[in-house]
Design a protein around this ligand. Structure first.
Ligand SMILES: [Zn+2]
Ligand SMILES: [Zn+2]
Ligand SMILES: [Zn+2]
Length: 254
């Protein structure tokens, strides 16, 4: 490399940079920076190589929601494309953006299926009063004993009189709080529809992976490479001589 056309620091500038640096530290003296003799000035050329790799990842997510009738975009409307066959050019970000993510519905991928949680019934045995019952088998009108009057229907008072229990209205029994003693509750999975609509969605992510390599030459060559890479020195002056344009590989992206 030729450096004839770039600035070289002189002694005054070097002392100025050092004194400025020392000035930021409360207990550092500036005498060495002001008075010590500078015997030589060495250039340290550093080459920084950056490899940026721009990648795209795609996968398919299957989403299910309650299906209560209505039109579906199914296989009869057209072919279902594979996740890498989808034309997503309108979603493409600028090259080398740090990250972008989109969710795109895959056309014609909708399909209806019976809800397995309720065997397509839309209702399931109440887990409170019919716990552990098979689908289609349940007992209605199951009551529990009133905990306020202990099933008497009456409340005893200190003067010997009784009054009707307000909790159970004198019945002594209470209906199931979960299902009002119907014995059935609405299926949470299909929201009572009995059917589910399954749809495939493409989850697409773009990102840039960056790897950096720093290497030093000339003056710094007297310092072993691995020491130089680990060093956490303070940079007082940085003159950038040349910067290469990024390399593009035309066949690596559409
Ligand atoms: Zn119940
Ligand atoms: Zn009661
Ligand atoms: Zn269901």
């Amino acid at each position: 490399m030729e450096f004839s056309d770039r600035d070289v620091l002189d002694e005054v500038e070097i002392r100025h940079l050092l004194i400025e640096h020392v000035g930021h530290r409360c207990c550092w003296g500036s005498r060495p920076a002001r008075t010590w003799k500078i015997t030589s000035i060495e250039d340290c050329n550093v080459y920084v190589g950056t490899l940026e790799t721009f990648i795209e990842e795609r996968d398919t997510i299957l989403k299910k929601e309650p299906y209560d009738g209505g039109k579906i975009d199914g296989r009869d409307k057209g072919p279902v494309l594979g996740v890498w066959e989808l034309d997503l050019r309108s979603e493409f970000p600028m090259l080398f953006v740090p990250e972008k993510e989109v969710m795109v519905k895959i056309p014609h991928s909708e399909i209806t299926e019976k809800c397995l949680d309720c065997e397509g019934r839309g209702e399931a045995p109440c887990p409170t009063c019919n716990a552990g019952q098979q689908h289609g088998f349940y007992k209605a009108n199951q009551m529990t004993r009133c905990s306020v009057c202990h099933g008497r229907g009456l409340l005893a008072h200190q003067d010997g009189s009784d009054s009707v229990c307000g909790m159970c209205n004198g019945q002594g029994m209470l209906p199931c709080i979960a299902c009002a003693s119907r014995g059935l509750v609405t299926c949470q999975t299909c929201n009572g529809c009995g059917s589910l609509l399954a749809q495939s969605t493409a989850h697409v992510r773009w990102k840039t992976l960056t790897a950096r390599k720093v290497s030093a030459t000339t003056g710094a060559a007297s310092v072993p490479d691995e020491v130089f890479h680990r060093a956490q020195g303070v940079q007082l002056c940085n003159i950038q001589a040349y910067q290469c344009t990024p390399a593009f590989f035309a066949d690596s992206y559409p």
